[in-house]
Every structure is written in structure tokens, then in C-alpha cells.
Ligand binder design. Structure first.
Ligand SMILES: Cc1cc2nc3c(=O)[nH]c(=O)nc-3n(C[C@H](O)[C@H](O)[C@H](O)COP(=O)(O)O)c2cc1C
Length: 226
């Protein structure tokens, strides 16, 4: 922070120095802006408005302990959440993250047990808070992890609680070993009112942070980026 100019003690040299510091930081900021702009220009595709109106990115993601490259690891931000961010950086979307009314444990094993119980009971775990009105959207990007070879039961709660009439649904998932598993089969009966449902886009959790190019290809396929 430059000392305020009003103090009488400032010598000419001090003034010059203050001026050059200001100039330097202005240059740095501009350079930073240029370099990031360059980077963006080089890697970021041009976002296309969805061919059929606005796009909503909806996702569920659990932070906590993970199965990671054969070992375990704790993540503050879930894999699907980080993938949603990469997607959101590349195309014009409104984003809606939903969470379970009764949060899933941070630890891996109790989450596995709770999930198995929910799947066995064909449960519909409650979602916390309000759900979005989809009527203003033409496209919904629907994100989730894979739990026991399919999307978690809470995704069924979501799809049964919203009106998909006239909406095209583009599912995306993150996984450890199973790829998209039975996502298409699970979503088919839950998306009958949608105008179309694409094949799921699947990214391995451990590869999410390097998946930008794959994301671009997926978005381009669906005309969400040029
Ligand atoms: C309860 C539970 C069950 C899982 N089951 C599978 C599975 O059947 N196949 C698989 O490939 N990954 C499985 N995983 C790993 C997750 O799909 C993967 O780590 C995912 O990227 C997590 O996404 P999230 O961080 O957004 O929650 C499971 C993870 C949990 C917590």
C-alpha cells in the first residue's frame, strides 16, 4: 500500500518511487489480465447458447472420504462438484447443487452401507430445500456420482420431483471403476416426459481435474460450445 500523498514529508524521490510502484502494479495487473485472457483464448471454447433456450446444470456430490486410485483419500470438494465447475466455466449455465435432507456420512464405509440399504428399499431420500422450476430451461445437465453401479437413489427423488416436459437431459457422472454403470437404464423410466435423454458422459473421479478437453468435446457434441 503506497503512503498517502498528502503527508508533507514526501521527497521527489519518494514521489517518483511511489509513481513507479503504481505503474509496476498496473502493468502486472494488465499482464496478468492479458496472460489469463490469452490462456482463456487458447483453451476455452466459445460458449453457445443452448439450441433450445437456457441451460440448467443440476448436480449432487458428496464431499468426504473416497476410494482413490485403489486407496482412500478425503476430499473437501466432490469429484462431480469439480466436474460441474469445469462445465460451468465453459458454457452458459445456471447451476443448482442439491443435498440430502439427511446428510451422507463423510466416511466411506457407512456411506456404502446406507446406500445399499436405500437401494434395497428402492428408497427416495429427501432433498434439502426447494427444487428448481425447470420450465424456463431447454437443457438440463444432470450430474451425480456412481454408487453401486448406478446413480444414487436421491437422483430418483430429484427426477420424480421435477417436470421435465420439453427438456433435453444430458446426464454426466463420475466414478471409480464402473464408468456410467446402469445410469441410462435407471434414468429411462424417470425421464419419459423429457424431449430427449443423451447417453451419460462419464469421467473417472481421479481424472476430473484434467478433463477439460473431454468436457469441451461433450459440450460441442451437444452444441453448447462452438
Ligand atoms: C457409496 C459409494 C458407492 C460407490 N460405488 C461405486 C461403484 O459401484 N462403481 C464405481 O465406479 N465407483 C463407485 N463409487 C466411487 C464414486 O462413484 C466416485 O468416487 C465418484 O467420483 C464420487 O463422486 P462425488 O465426489 O461427486 O460424490 C462409490 C462411492 C461411494 C461413496
Amino acid at each position: 500500500m503506497h503512503p498517502p500523498l498528502s503527508r508533507p514529508a514526501l521527497t521527489r524521490r519518494a514521489l517518483v518511487r511511489a509513481a513507479s510502484l503504481t505503474a509496476a502494479s498496473a502493468t502486472l495487473t494488465m499482464l496478468a489480465a492479458c496472460s489469463s485472457a490469452n490462456t482463456e483464448d487458447d483453451t476455452m471454447p466459445t460458449a453457445n447458447p443452448s439450441p433450445d433456450g437456457r441451460t440448467l446444470l443440476v448436480f449432487f456430490s458428496r464431499a468426504g472420504e473416497y476410494y482413490w486410485n485403489g486407496g482412500r483419500r478425503v476430499l473437501d470438494t466432490g469429484n462431480t462438484h469439480r466436474l460441474a465447475r469445469i462445465i460451468g466455466d465453459r458454457t452458459a449455465v445456471d447451476t443448482f447443487r442439491f443435498e440430502a435432507a439427511e446428510a451422507y456420512p463423510n466416511a466411506y464405509d457407512p456411506t456404502v452401507s446406507r446406500n445399499s440399504d436405500e437401494q434395497e428399499r428402492d428408497a427416495r431420500p429427501a432433498i434439502a430445500g426447494e427444487l428448481p422450476d425447470l420450465s424456463g430451461y431447454g437443457t438440463v445437465l444432470l450430474g451425480s456420482p456412481i454408487w453401486n453401479v448406478r446413480p444414487p437413489m436421491i437422483m430418483s427423488t430429484f427426477l420424480e420431483s421435477v417436470d421435465l416436459t420439453g427438456v433435453r437431459v444430458l446426464p454426466f457422472v463420475t466414478y471409480a471403476v464402473s464408468s456410467a454403470g446402469d445410469t441410462a437404464g435407471v434414468y429411462r423410466p424417470l425421464t419419459r416426459s423429457a424431449s430427449s435423454v443423451s447417453a451419460p458422459f462419464a469421467v473417472r473421479g481421479e481424472d476430473v481435474d484434467g478433463a477439460a478437453a473431454e468436457v469441451d468435446r461433450w459440450l460441442r457434441r451437444h452444441r453448447l460450445v462452438a
